[in-house]
Design a protein around this ligand. Structure first.
Ligand code: UDX
Length: 474
């Protein structure tokens, strides 16, 4: 077993987690660990058409992909507002198929190369029992933020203390029962689905199960680094499993491959034309705007953001992911106010999907108006770009608060995207507090860079993880 480590990687079938897990897979492959990556058929089809993941991994004979159905019809939307359907169908269908593969199928103990451990997304609570049944060690890779995960893990205590459910009119009350968050967090800074107000809501039940099951794993991997998250990582270490902080994982892979933006596994085709457009803009003059792969906004919200961006006077590059603006569609361009159309032509660009790591690393980019997904947040941290958070769900509320109040790398719009707020926040980041925010963001980026170099904390943790896998600890 010690000489033939073979890790099964089971990502949550969403853009951020799949991308993170593929990067971890590549880091393990570089160390000659065998990896079987479990993709859903839906994700595999999209990766094939947008990123050609198979040709990228051809260089690693120790890597293979196996696919399983996610249980949903192909045309079922897998967006943020319908995400529970995906979680439920995976739990009902994909889980059974996986168990069979691990007990008597292609990944079973009698297969040609039996697995030695499982690395699963922390959201898959069923992985604990599945690993026990297959007698395999389980490592959870929580691809969301550690601060967001900590907010999940504290849910049972919030319920016990009577602090959950919240009332909608009490969102500014400080959080009292979540260790390490008490001084900075209000109820509105906790994951948005804590506002649902029902303990038996499906999502709340998923979170409760994650809180119970996660400490049963043998180890936890986080996409973060000590200098940014030492407080939360210390709390995670009290849970029991061994903790490895190996991020920012995109920078880590780039560093070990000695290549910038080595690989991004997009589920949409990147529009690279924005790089030529950025090349023509002055240094630090552009606000990059994106709400990631799952969040949506209404037509009204998009108009508020658009007015705010234009009124701020800044240049902007804005990602309109297909299907991300919902509600009654405008008839056509004639419905767009003339001042917005004119300003966009003069100093803006709208694309369907951007090469984000490259965009954030571009000298023309001065700020990132982001939904605060953990990958986007870390990519901005690593690029030294100050942020304006407009969080939607999952860990994003927590991340935006940490960005503004703990790390002080930007501002948090939280529950407002009115044009006045957007305008003021853009002016503040790009002009009024530019020196201060940029200085801190650049200092944090240096720490991120050192963490993934030899001698850095993430570099050391990844080496430790690799040795622990190679020598049969997991
Ligand atoms: C989801 C949740 O929304 C988030 O809160 C959680 O932390 C991870 O899972 P997602 O919406 O996918 O995240 O956002 P994020 O984590 O930021 O990941 C988006 C990824 O897509 C980033 O790696 C980003 O670089 C990439 N991206 C986004 C592009 O490459 N191009 C784009 O135009 C937009």
């Amino acid at each position: 077993m010690g000489r033939h480590p073979h890790v099964i990687i089971l990502p949550l079938p969403l853009q951020g987690p799949v991308n993170c897990m593929l990067k971890l897979a590549e880091l393990l492959c570089l160390e000659e660990i065998h990896v079987t990556f479990i993709n859903t058929e839906h994700i595999q089809r999209r990766l094939r058409s947008c990123s050609d993941v198979e040709s990228r991994f051809k260089r690693y004979p120790n890597f293979r992909i196996e696919t399983i159905p996610d249980g949903l019809p192909e045309d079922n939307p897998r967006t943020g507002d319908r995400i529970v359907e995906l979680f439920q169908s995976m739990e009902a269908e994909s889980q059974m198929i996986l168990r069979e593969m691990l007990t008597s199928g292609s990944l079973g103990p009698n297969s040609e190369k039996p697995p030695s451990s499982i690395i699963a997304d922390g959201f898959f609570s069923f992985a604990v029992e599945m690993a026990e049944q297959s007698k395999l060690p389980l490592i959870y890779f929580d691809t969301i933020s550690p601060c967001g995960l900590w907010a999940y893990l504290c849910l049972p205590r919030l319920i016990e203390a009577g602090e959950f459910p919240f009332r909608d009119d009490d969102l500014d009350a400080p959080v009292k029962h979540v260790e390490e968050m008490e001084c900075v967090m209000r109820r509105r800074d906790l994951p948005s689905f804590y506002r649902i107000g029902e303990i038996d809501d499906v999502l709340i039940q998923f979170i409760m199960r994650e809180a119970w099951e996660l400490p049963k794993a043998q180890a936890l991997i986080f996409n973060t680094f000590e200098d940014v998250d030492s407080g939360t990582l210390s709390l995670m270490r009290t849970l029991g499993p061994e903790v490895y902080a190996v991020g920012p994982i995109h920078a880590h892979l780039n560093s070990r491959l000695a290549a910038a933006a080595a690989s991004f596994y997009g589920l949409w085709k990147e529009d690279k034309s924005c790089i030529a457009w950025l090349d023509a803009q002055p240094p630090k003059s552009v606000v990059y705007v994106s709400i990631g792969s799952l969040a949506c906004m209404t037509v009204d919200q998009s108009m508020e953001i658009w007015h705010g961006l234009v009124n701020s006077g800044a240049r902007f590059l804005w990602v309109h992911r297909e299907g991300s603006i919902v509600g009654p569609a405008r008839d056509d361009d004639k419905d767009i106010p003339a001042e917005l159309a004119k300003a966009t032509e003069e100093r803006g660009l709208i694309v369907g999907w951007a090469p984000q790591e490259e965009v954030l690393g571009h000298p023309a980019v001065g700020a990132f108006l982001t939904h605060g997904g953990w990958n986007s947040t870390l990519e901005s941290v690593a690029a030294g770009v100050p942020m304006i958070g407009w969080p939607h769900f999952v860990d994003q509320q927590v991340n935006a608060r940490y960005v503004s109040e703990v790390w002080k790398l930007g501002l948090d719009m939280k529950d407002s995207c009115g044009r006045k707020t957007v305008e003021e926040m853009v002016r503040e980041v790009m002009d009024v507090r530019r020196g201060e925010l940029l200085g801190r963001a650049e200092a944090m980026a240096k720490l991120a860079e050192s963490s993934v170099k030899p001698g850095g904390s993430s570099y050391a943790d990844l080496d430790r993880l690799i040795l622990d896998i190679k020598f049969g600890r997991f």
